[in-house]
Design a protein around this ligand. Structure first.
Ligand code: AMP
Length: 190
């Protein structure tokens, strides 16, 4: 089983690369951001809980996020592996993921961070905002807050997996294909 954490700041290309990787490696793609947006568009209780946090670019509380992730993983007992995109974003989320995978007698194969500069991220997200329709992509203060939250709350997850030698970084700039090849090179070594 391959269980990949695709890591990196908002706008670093995780979703785009995950779409290509799931095809090549026959994995299930789980994006917690997409799951929250789906819940919000259906106005479910979960969506309502997440809404205010997402609007500000803050993290949805761990208790809510971890429960949703667990449900999604358990909905795919047949999976050959997963790409976790946008999860884990805190140390408690990483610990919960490790425990969940251990229950399934598997483990995180590795974490790969896409490295992109802050200014490039802001430009990319603003561009994406023109078509994504996401309110959190259309306000520079919120975009910058998401980057700050990433640095303060999420980047420790990189160090958490680095302790077991599982964290990797690739250059997240260049052509789609060039970045894809960098990722595949690491995944092929899992
Ligand atoms: P994303 O699409 O990954 O950029 O996520 C959009 C927003 O959803 C984030 O700014 C958070 O408000 C929320 N979110 C997504 N994934 C998580 C997570 N793992 N933990 C907490 N909040 C999350």
């Amino acid at each position: 089983m391959i269980n990949l954490i695709l890591f990196g700041p908002p706008g670093s290309g995780k979703g785009t690369q995950a779409a290509k990787l799931v095809e090549k490696y026959s994995l299930i793609h789980i994006s917690t951001g997409d799951l929250f947006r789906f819940e919000m568009s259906n106005n479910t209780p979960l969506g309502q809980q997440a809404k205010a946090y997402m609007a500000k670019g803050e993290l949805v509380p761990d208790s809510v996020t971890i429960g949703m992730l667990r449900n999604k993983v358990e909905a795919h007992p047949e999976a050959r592996g997963f790409i976790f995109d946008g999860f884990p974003r805190t140390i408690p989320q990483a610990e919960a993921l490790d425990a969940l995978l251990l229950e399934k007698k598997t483990t995180v194969s590795g974490l790969i961070a896409l490295n992109v500069s802050d200014e490039e991220i802001v430009q990319r997200i603003k561009l994406r905002g023109k078509t994504s329709g996401r309110p959190d992509d259309n306000d520079e203060d919120i975009i910058r807050n998401r980057i700050t939250v990433y640095k303060n709350e999420t980047s420790p997850v990189y160090d958490y997996y680095a302790r077991n030698g599982k964290s990797h970084t690739v250059n997240g700039t260049g052509s789609l294909l060039a970045i894809f090849r960098r990722l595949c090179k690491i995944i092929n070594g899992f």
